[in-house]
Structures are given as C-alpha cells and as structure tokens.
Ligand binder design. Structure first.
Ligand code: 5GP
Length: 122
C-alpha cells in the first residue's frame, strides 16, 4: 500500500510550531521531545522532520542524510537521557496492526525502569 502523508497530524503541527512540545534534541533533520503521556520515567519520541508516515516509508524513501541524522539523533537522546547503562527499548508502531496513533514516523525511547517483556500474550 502506498504511504499517504496527512499533514494535519499532531506531529506535523508540532514541527510547524503550531502546538508546543518539550524538546529534548533538535538536529537538521530530526526532532526529539518528551511524550505527553509518559509510560516510563524516560519516554521520548524521535521524529524525522520530513513527511514520513512510518519506519518502512522512511527507510525506503528518505535520503541518506536524513537516515544518518535520524539514527544519530536516537543515539544522542539515549546518551542525553542516561539510559545506556541500564538499558532501554525502542518501539516504532506502524499502521493498523501496529496500533499507530499518530501517522508521522516516531520512535519511542523508553527506559528508566524495568520494562517487562516486549509483548503481552494476546
Ligand atoms: P503511537 O501509538 O502512534 O506509536 O504513539 C503516539 C504517541 O504520541 C503516544 O505515546 C502519545 O502519548 C503521544 N502523543 C500524542 N499526542 C501528543 C502531543 O501532542 N504531544 C506529545 N509530546 N506527545 C503526544
């Protein structure tokens, strides 16, 4: 299915400065900010500035510069938030089965406490 980007999604509005965010890091191609409803002591969302719906869309169509910047930004946030020693989890939900609420690529960085197993049994 082709990826169709909705520029009225909440993260597009954050990128345009239409709604505020609690920024952790901004780079040329990426923005990281605290999740509004944190599910762990560390819960940061990292998004590319470009109009990508989800991870596969980004991985298939973003430029090398964007991919490099985004990957480095995630690493930098892990360092800034001090989760490297105790460990952390990256999650990127996509589409209906992945229960993605906001249709702009985001990686959740979760840490600061033991997070339990990755998935609950259905
Ligand atoms: P998803 O289910 O799409 O992977 O996760 C969306 C995440 O975005 C949720 O964890 C939710 O709390 C967060 N979120 C939704 N709206 C806002 C907002 O306006 N600001 C921030 N900082 N986070 C938001």
């Amino acid at each position: 299915m082709p990826h169709s980007y909705d520029d009225q999604n909440i993260f597009a509005k954050i990128l345009r400065g239409e709604i505020p965010n609690d920024t952790v890091l901004e780079t040329e191609h990426s923005l990281a900010f605290n999740d509004i409803q944190p599910q762990a002591p560390v819960h940061v969302l990292v998004i590319p500035k470009g109009p990508y719906v989800c991870y596969d869309h980004f991985a298939q169509t973003a430029s090398d510069a964007e991919i490099l910047d985004y990957t480095r930004a995630i690493g930098e946030v892990c360092k800034l938030k001090g989760v490297e020693d105790d460990g952390f989890r990256l999650i990127s939900n996509a589409g209906e089965a992945g229960v993605q609420e906001v249709p702009h690529l985001h990686v959740h960085i979760l840490g600061g406490r033991p997070l339990g197993r990755m998935l609950q049994k259905a």
